[in-house]
Structures are given as structure tokens and as C-alpha cells.
Write a protein that binds this ligand. Structure first.
Ligand SMILES: [Fe+2]
Ligand SMILES: [Fe+2]
Length: 482
């Protein structure tokens, strides 16, 4: 077996700041894993574009200069690196039962299983989204958008590397097995699905991709923030660097949906249509009507909220107590960071009405993180609504009620409308097509998904971006098709 593995200078191939060449055991583990990662990428990564030259950003270091090198590269040759944010000397565990003790540089034995599980769950989402998005290159609305898709894809690949590094370096044999399993599971596969529900949903079209990067990558951002606080220092440092990349994914989602909204509103004004619900006329313009966009918001928001897990959860309390997973912006919060006697208000649905119950703050951590997430989403939605108002259309995109269409947590099994009315199952089902994208919506959106591949040109349903990537002009050839 060994002689089949090509000789690679890993220190050169893999940009890293973890002194890879001095750790022979880790290097051997990576030598086993790397060819299988590449097989996975060719098999499950962007379909049909593996030979295209893509203008990508590669992180070769974590400082200002090193983390964003732009240049043309074929995706299978992308240099997926292992980069950790710089070590903070004297860092202590910022929360939980071990608060104030020196941060762990090795896995704390008593929490080994819990820590491995957290890393595996985070790691599993990274290749899952690449799999979900693998067909989208063929219908890209421009070369600019295609390049952004592939940038997100290669970075999700790098995030997988980041988690695999932790598993292989710190968890021995079972870490290597988990690293292997991360390449075995497949999004949406009935026999070996990805671990979390939203990562087994399809991403069938570009509106879905933009919604996914806005809503679901934002869950990723919240999780990375919580793990960036971790008392296990290598995890904290990995996640802190991943957050710099995640900012681009947020940008792709927010600006992507924003440009769709902009184009729709502009087309309505040009055609003299003032009623946003005049769906047939609006669709005839080759743009996506705002009510359909709202239904997609409802879908992606509710599916993503389920990713936070049950609002009231002893697992979350245990991970916090253990010092492994903190809160969003833990270090900026003004409390004792142990939460032994604190409470947090969690909304419940009791006998058909909503009541806020004070729960122990420790067990309510998932509820709290999802509330932080909702605020973060709302800020982006407000910016979308400003676009609509500026162009002069009378419509507002709204986040649905957090109890709408939930499968996980305190609202699973109750039937709540987007504005928060509690309904019977029958009444809810009858109105579902108004609230969640119907198959007719999907067919219409797919009919618009005609690829546009001339530099500087954009599909009918999306406005051009305000500026290019890396300061490049609008007509720049972001992808050189093979
Ligand atoms: Fe990621
Ligand atoms: Fe992401």
C-alpha cells in the first residue's frame, strides 16, 4: 500500500503554520488521508468544472498578507492548508467549571469523547455543503457568481482539513477513523447521510444557494464563534481563522439575495408593476417575484434553526461546563461565565399560546445561541428591505416566527404560521403552499437557471455586483472554462 502513495513534500504542498514537517506521525496520517480527500473532491466536488482555471483566494498564512493570495488555479490543485490563528500567550479557559485555568494544549482526558463529537459534527457540515452545491456550476448566472461558488466550495474543503487536522493530531486511531468517515458519509444518502438534517437537503438552484449561504453558513458562523471560545486551544485557534473565511460566505449569501431582490424590483418599476403579488406579470419579466423569495426565506430559516438543537439541552450545558463550547462573543459578555445560578427566558408553546419560561441558563444555551442567530439574520434582512424601499416597491421581507415549521426542539409538533398564530395541523397544511416554496415555484426558478458564461454578463434574474472580487473590473474572466 505504502509504495502506491505518491511522494509529496507536504510542507510545501500544504500551507501550514503548525510545523507539519516536524510531526512525522501526523504527516503519515495526512499522507493516508490526502489521496482519499482528493478522490472525494473529484467524485463529489463541483461537477464539470474540475479542469477550469478559477480565480481563487488561497490562504497561505494567517497574517494580513498571507491569508488572501489571488490567482488562477484548477480546483483539484487547490492548496488546502492547515492554518491556526496565532497563539495567545497565557490564554486561560474563558468559561465553565475550569474558568481561569490555563487553556488546554492537549485533549483533556475526561472530556475526550465530548470534544471529539463536537469536532466531528462541525467537520461533517463542511464536505456536506460542497456535496449539496456540486451541480450548481452548470447554471451559474455569471462567471463572477461561479467563481464565488467555487471559492466557498474550496474553503469548505479547507474547513474539513482544519477539523481533520485536529482529529488526526490529537485523537490517535479513533481520530483517524473519524477522519475517514467524514469522507464516507454523503449528503442526502439514505444509507450514510450527513449527520445534521439541513445538510441532507438539496440545493437545487442558485436562489437556494444564496439562501443557504445566508442562513445556513450563518449557523456555521455562530457555531464557529462558540467553538472559537473553547478551552481546547487548538480548536479555538482553528475556528478563529475559519471565521475570517466564513465572512466571505456571509457576503456571498447576503449580496446574492440582495442582487436578486434588486433586479426584481428594478424590473417591476421599469414595467410599471406596483403590486408585488402580481406574480404572473412579474415572472413574465424573467425575474423572481418577492413572495417566492419570502417563501424561500421561510424554508431556509426554519430548517436552519433546527440545526441549533433543542433549545433546552443538557448536552449544551455539559459542553459549556466542560469549557469546550462557549457562547457567541463569550469574552464580551458581562457575567460570571459560569452561569450556575443564572436563568434565561425560553419561549414555549403551551396549550396553544406562547409563554416565556425562565430556564437554567446552562441548559438554555442552544436557545440563547439561536436567539443571537436570529438577531444576526434580522440585520441582513433589514438591509434587503432597504434595497426594496430605495427602488420604490411596497414590500418587506420578514423573518418567520421562530416556532414556524420546526422539527427539533420545543416547537416540534406544534403548527405555527409565519406570523406566529398557533393552528391545527389541518389548518396549517391547508396554508402550507402560501408559506413554503411549492413545486411550481421550484419549476419556475429552475426555468430561469440558464447559464451565462460571457465575462461581464449576468442572467436576467440577478443584478450585477457593485464591485468585482480583488478589485477586478466587471468584465474580468473569473473562470476560464476548460
Ligand atoms: Fe465552513
Ligand atoms: Fe461556510
Amino acid at each position: 500500500m505504502n509504495n502506491m502513495i505518491e511522494q509529496v513534500n507536504y510542507d510545501e504542498l500544504i500551507p501550514n503554520n503548525v510545523d507539519l514537517s516536524s510531526d512525522k506521525r501526523l504527516q503519515r496520517a495526512l499522507e493516508q488521508w490526502h489521496p482519499r480527500f482528493k478522490e472525494w473532491w473529484l467524485d463529489m466536488g463541483p461537477e464539470g468544472f474540475q479542469n477550469a482555471e478559477v480565480y481563487l483566494r488561497t490562504a497561505v498564512g494567517v497574517d494580513r498578507k498571507g491569508w488572501a493570495k489571488f490567482g488562477y488555479v484548477k480546483m483539484p490543485d487547490y492548496r488546502w492548508g492547515i492554518l491556526l490563528a496565532p497563539k495567545v500567550e497565557g490564554r486561560t479557559i474563558p468559561f465553565g467549571a475550569h474558568k481561569g485555568e490555563p487553556a488546554w494544549q492537549e485533549v483533556p482526558g475526561e472530556y475526550r469523547a465530548m470534544l471529539r463529537r463536537l469536532i466531528v459534527i462541525q467537520g461533517d457540515t463542511e464536505p456536506a455543503s460542497v456535496e449539496q452545491q456540486r451541480h450548481l456550476g452548470a447554471t451559474a448566472p455569471s462567471l463572477y457568481d461561479m467563481r464565488n461558488l467555487f471559492q466557498v466550495n474550496v474553503e469548505e474543503g479547507r474547513h474539513l482539513w482544519a477539523m481533520v487536522y485536529l482529529l488526526q493530531k490529537y485523537f490517535g486511531r479513533d481520530g483517524r477513523e473519524e477522519a475517514e468517515m467524514l469522507l464516507q458519509r454523503r449528503s442526502g444518502n439514505a444509507d450514510k447521510p450527513r449527520i445534521l438534517g439541513a445538510f441532507n437537503e438539496e440545493t437545487p438552484d442558485w436562489l437556494s444557494f444564496f439562501m443557504f449561504t445566508f442562513f445556513t453558513d450563518r449557523d456555521g458562523k455562530m457555531q464557529l464563534h462558540s467553538l472559537a471560545q473553547s478551552g481546547f486551544d487548538p480548536l479555538s485557534r482553528s475556528c478563529r481563522f475559519m471565521l475570517t473565511e466564513e465572512a466571505h460566505h456571509m457576503f456571498v449569501g447576503e449580496s446574492g439575495v440582495g442582487r436578486v431582490i434588486q433586479r426584481t424590483c428594478e424590473a417591476m418599476i421599469e414595467a410599471g408593476i406596483s403590486d408585488p403579488h402580481d406574480v404572473e406579470k412579474i415572472r413574465a419579466l424573467g425575474v423572481i417575484d418577492l413572495p417566492t423569495i419570502q417563501r424561500r426565506v421561510n424554508f431556509h430559516f426554519s430548517v436552519t434553526l433546527d440545526l441549533f438543537g433543542a433549545e433546552v439541552s443538557t448536552n449544551a450545558a455539559n459542553a459549556f461546563n466542560a469549557g469546550l463550547k462557549g457562547r457567541f462573543r463569550e469574552s464580551k459578555l458581562q457575567d460570571d461565565h459560569q452561569l450556575m445560578d443564572e436563568t434565561y427566558g425560553v419561549l414555549h408553546c403551551v396549550d396553544g399560546s406562547f409563554v416565556e419560561k425562565q430556564e437554567p441558563a446552562l441548559t438554555a444555551l442552544n436557545g440563547r445561541l439561536s436567539d443571537d442567530y436570529i438577531r444576526d439574520c434580522q440585520a441582513g434582512i433589514n438591509r434587503w428591505n432597504k434595497i426594496i424601499a430605495r427602488i420604490g416597491v411596497d414590500y418587506q421581507i420578514k423573518l418567520p416566527h421562530k416556532a414556524f415549521s420546526r422539527q427539533v426542539g420545543v416547537f416540534a409538533g406544534v403548527h405555527v404560521s409565519p406570523v406566529g398564530e398557533v393552528l391545527t395541523q389541518q389548518a396549517w397544511r391547508a396554508r402550507e403552499p402560501e408559506w413554503l416554496a411549492s413545486s411550481a415555484d421550484g419549476e419556475f426558478i429552475r426555468s430561469l437557471m440558464q447559464p451565462v458564461s460571457n465575462p461581464g454578463e449576468y442572467a436576467s434574474w440577478i443584478a450585477p455586483p457593485r464591485e468585482g472580487i480583488d478589485g477586478q473590473p466587471g468584465s474580468f474572466e473569473y473562470v476560464q472554462l476548460a
